[in-house]
Write a protein that binds this ligand. Sequence first.
Ligand SMILES: O=P(O)(O)OC[C@@H](O)[C@@H](O)c1c[nH]c2ccccc12
Length: 255
Amino acid sequence: MRESGTVLDALAAAARRRAAELRSGGIERLYEEAAQAGKRGFREALAAPGLAVISEIKRASPSAGFIREADPAEQAALYERQGARCLSVLTEPERFRGSLEDLRRAREASSLPVLRKDFTVDEAQVLEAAARADAVLLIAALFTGEELARYVALAGEVGVDALVEVHDEREAELALAAGASIVGVNNRDLRDFSVDLGTFERLSPLLEGVVRVAESGIKTAEDARRMREAGADAVLVGEAAMRDPGLVGRIAAIP
Ligand SMILES: O=P(O)(O)OC[C@@H](O)[C@@H](O)c1c[nH]c2ccccc12
């Protein structure tokens, strides 16, 4: 596991505490809820022809601070009108000011597949996501290779797509070895919040067999075009789309 930054460690530790509470309610119940949930094809939406935009609902972040207040239902409907193919919703409460209620309301207000964006570190959280969303984020830096493979398999068993997020070559190899079918390259280093779109350009050739998502630091349609030219099937845009949803429409118009 990469020696990750203190913010990432703190977020993962908080997620572990929440997962323990979740688990205390009974893991069987979580399996039942996951099994009953309907699904919208997250992976299919990203794999369809043309550059897909995953538009994120994020009120704040450690790197940007407070971004802006948002009603998740209004934001979801606005993103859908602009041509987003999927939504990403932050559910981490402390540093991102998200919630499961945001996830529920965003998914209810649109027809788009929704990714639950949080610091998943436990089986219970995968099941919780499977009952409420169409995809779950697995950050490779938080797992050993064996753990990552186990969580990717679990996601497949309970019918939720897994977006495995990587930031370097080693993690890209881990994601492929774990059987990931969707890999997001985070252009932001979660240790120091530095952003380099070259990260996606460097790692993309390693990921040709899977659905490739370029995440973070995409501020203009030109940035998105650059990711497309480097092999991206999708771009995930948060802060810039929260500040200017019209950006989603400009990116969705890229052939
Ligand atoms: O706001 P940006 O620079 O467009 O980044 C969006 C998204 O990639 C970012 O929010 C993100 C990528 N991976 C994460 C993991 C946890 C929380 C957030 C993230």
